[in-house]
Unconditional design. Structure first.
Length: 516
């Protein structure tokens, strides 16, 4: 497979329902570990039940024990040939569709394979999208043969393509994805926790797509991106005349998501008063719009929430109501950071590199590749921004690299030596690096917040309206942060560092490390 292996979600040409995919058994037979694991990751990301086999003799035993609807096999396997596996698959289950993969295609081999009963012939290298398309057609054929429904009853609303963040073969990541699939078919509320950039929205989309609500809307809202009043209006809607500019009745996202899924990103940033109002919706399903004195709608919504904080710590520090916490965290799901998924980095890097090459250089030759040394360097980095940071780096390379080139380690725009990946102290207090990751991160963030707020109040000359405008937050949020860090507007000026220093490259805290 080409360097795009790892699985961007392709065009779903046959509109196969997620539940139908889960009922199909696929076997991938390939002795190359990277190619086999990549194919398995792509197809599992599509929702199929996939088994991987590295040896031909093992594949023969599997074919005798269990029926596989679709078999993908490398024609030139060592030991037992792909042609023999093809014949065994057809003999064991005549309805099985066999797709042959080969890096040395020829007309003679193609004819032999088709005569032996191969359903399709896939020449290597191939892209993840080509794999998805061929397997999708095969799945469509299998389901038609069963007389099973193929398409969803109602087309799902388009969602952001966050599915690429679901690429991975590492055990911790696979466990998280399997849990997501398992809970998807229920209506249970799921709370996803993990660092920024780990793919929380991608997991939320996966849960929705494989749920009974997949034909309805997936609605996402970032609770940290909006001021409290606007967030309330967006979620619950408002009545005409309820505030300045409310010139008409407007349904909120809770109503829009009726019978579908509502994804509450950065839940712990939602104001407590709004959390109480949301709790009423979860308990009773009733929505009262801003400015209304009556129940305006009754909704049935599946709640999926996410946070980059420790939810238990958020409850302890009163950022999250405990009653809301227990309602939304019926099933907790934790996504590991990229630094704990080292075996996934080559898959993700190659996928993103070719994805962005096609996006920016669609008619400009072959996709560049990463050398072994470059991949080794990528796996040595800490990736504080996780998958999103790697994605941005690969887009940078795709824009600047030459067609068909091999990108070397010294061509990667990352810091080395005393920089990014050797754990150097960036002026933090010495005790920071002796602590576990999450407590250390909280200390660094607290230090940054305190310094920033003190400088902000000083810069605004203790004018809170001006300070809120400069910070891009509402005054309620600003007062809450000042109270959290025990910063008074009178004392702030004296204790503040130089306002020009905050955010400067030579400031005590390396802000680039806090970008997530």
């Amino acid at each position: 497979m080409s360097d795009s292996i790892g699985g961007q979600r392709g065009v779903d040409t046959d509109a196969i329902a997620p539940g139908a995919r889960a009922d199909l058994r696929l076997l991938v037979v390939e002795c190359d570990d990277s190619l086999r694991d990549g194919c398995v990751a792509v197809l599992r990301g599509e929702g199929y039940a996939v088994t991987g086999s590295a040896r031909g003799d093992e594949a023969l035993r599997l074919l005798q024990k269990r029926k596989y609807d679709i078999v993908l096999v490398n024609l030139f396997m060592s030991g037992v040939s792909g042609m023999k596996i093809l014949e065994a698959a057809r003999e064991a289950h005549s309805a099985s569709l066999v797709i042959l993969m080969t890096g040395n295609p020829s007309v003679e081999t193609n004819i032999r394979a088709l005569q032996a009963g191969a359903w399709e012939y896939l020449a290597m290298p191939f892209t993840a999208e080509q794999l998805q398309l061929v397997v999708g057609r095969a799945a469509h054929r299998v389901l038609e043969g069963r007389g099973a429904p193929v398409a969803t009853v109602e087309a799902a609303e388009p969602v952001d393509d966050g599915m690429a963040s679901l690429i991975g073969v590492s055990p911790a990541f696979c466990r998280a994805v399997e849990l997501a699939r398992k809970v998807a078919r229920t209506n249970a509320s799921v709370m996803i926790s993990g660092e920024s950039g780990t793919g929380k929205e991608g997991i939320a989309q996966l849960i929705h797509k494989q749920s009974r609500r997949s034909g309805k809307r997936f609605v996402a809202i970032n609770c940290a991106a909006l001021p409290a009043q606007l967030l309330e209006s967006e979620m619950f809607g408002h009545k005409k005349g309820s505030f300045t500019g409310a010139d008409r009745d407007k349904p909120g996202l809770l109503e829009v998501a009726h019978n579908g899924s509502l994804f509450l990103d950065e839940l712990t940033e939602m104001p407590l008063a709004l959390q109480a109002k949301l709790l009423r919706v979860i308990q009773d399903g009733v929505v009262r719009r801003v400015g209304s004195e009556q129940v305006d709608a009754t909704v049935d919504v599946r709640f999926i929430s996410a946070t980059n904080r420790d939810p238990n710590e958020a409850v302890r520090t009163h950022l999250l109501r405990d009653d809301l916490y227990y309602r939304l965290r019926v099933v907790p799901l934790i996504l590991p950071p990229l630094r704990e998924r080292l075996e996934d980095i080559p898959l993700l890097a190659n996928h993103f590199l070719c994805q962005y090459w096609r996006r920016h250089r669609i008619s400009d030759g072959d996709c560049p590749t990463l050398s072994a040394a470059a991949l080794d360097l990528l796996t040595s980095l800490p990736w504080p921004g996780n998958v999103r940071e790697l994605q941005n780096l690969m887009e940078h390379l795709a824009v600047l690299a030459d067609s068909g080139s091999v990108i070397q380690a010294d061509g990667l725009p990352v810091r080395s030596g005393a920089g990014m990946h050797n754990g150097a102290n960036h002026g933090w207090p010495p005790q920071i690096l002796t602590k576990a990751y999450h407590p250390a991160k909280e200390l660094v963030l607290a230090q940054f917040e305190k310094e920033y707020l003190a400088a902000l109040v000083s810069r605004s000359e203790r004018n809170m309206s001006k300070a809120a405008r400069l910070a891009g937050v509402d005054r309620t949020t600003l007062y809450r942060l000042l109270e959290k860090h025990a910063i008074s507007t009178d004392a702030a000026t004296a204790s503040a560092p130089n306002a020009d220093q905050v955010g400067h490259a030579d400031a005590p805290i390396d802000r680039a490390r806090l970008a997530d």
